[in-house]
Design a protein around this ligand. Structure first.
Ligand code: ADP
Ligand code: MG
Length: 225
């Protein structure tokens, strides 16, 4: 870290797992154990300087996410891999329905159809209708989080990375989001960080436990929890 006089931050050690197509892998562990960093490495927000992460594409291609070019990473971000961050990066001067519709517009879908699809998500996620054409910068944490989730789901990614998608939600909204995630196309693979172990029990096929930037365990929810 340049700002701290070249201080080195320890990376990961002994982290190794594979995720099958359509599987839901949960990552749990205490705060600071490296969960978000691991997800950011997969999305290439962070660049790992050793190790490998092999992504198997639809066409039979295999991409090592640690060494792929930025161009390849942008292409799979656009077409295949979605990421829901802990905090919504609000798109300036864009109303909620368009924040969600935007990925469809980028794919060439017309504005009316894109907004219809976006409105469907807003309704299912129980965002009050008078907020649909408001700016998410004024939204509560839970409302923003739901907009974020809708924006990711609307693209129907092959791989969805979720960083504590229910952390700002009350129990009713958590139940809605859990229901939506359960209803995602079975061909979609999901890797999600969760604090709420009851959510892990409901969603996960397998669980990875992180501790001090190491993988402390992997197994089914029954084995781990
Ligand atoms: N960009 C960064 N700069 C400095 N330290 C970081 C950075 N990202 C993560 N860390 C450190 O790495 C450790 C793991 O962080 P993180 O992956 O966010 O943990 P978790 O999501 O499990 O709470 C923490 O000690 C955190 O401070
Ligand atoms: Mg985190």
């Amino acid at each position: 870290m340049h700002v701290l006089g070249g201080k080195k931050i320890k990376g990961f050690e002994d982290v190794s797992f594979s995720v099958k197509r359509g599987e839901f892998l949960a990552i749990i562990g205490s705060s600071g154990s490296g969960k978000s960093s691991l997800l950011k490495c997969m999305y290439r927000t962070y660049l790992a300087d050793s190790g490998s992460m092999l992504y198997h594409g639809d066409s039979g291609s295999v991409i090592d996410l640690t060494t792929a070019s930025d161009h390849e990473i942008l292409a799979i971000r656009r077409n295949e891999v979605g990421y829901v961050s802990q905090l919504l990066q609000v798109v300036p001067r864009t109303i909620a329905v368009d924040v969600i519709a935007e990925p469809l517009l980028q794919r060439g879908i017309g504005i009316d159809d894109a907004r219809d699809a976006a409105s469907g998500y807003l309704a299912r996620l129980r965002i009050p209708e008078d907020l649909w054409d408001a700016y998410p910068s004024t939204f509560s944490g839970g409302e923003r989080q739901r907009v974020n989730i809708a924006r990711a789901l609307i693209r129907a990614p092959r791989l969805l990375l979720l960083d504590e998608p229910t952390s700002a939600l009350d129990p009713a909204s958590t139940a809605v989001v859990v229901g939506m995630l359960r209803g995602v196309n079975p061909g979609t693979t999901m890797i999600g960080i969760f604090h709420d172990l009851s959510v892990v029990r409901e969603l996960a096929d397998r669980v990875v436990v992180m501790k001090d930037n190491r993988m402390a365990g992997i197994g089914t929810p029954e084995e781990i929890l």
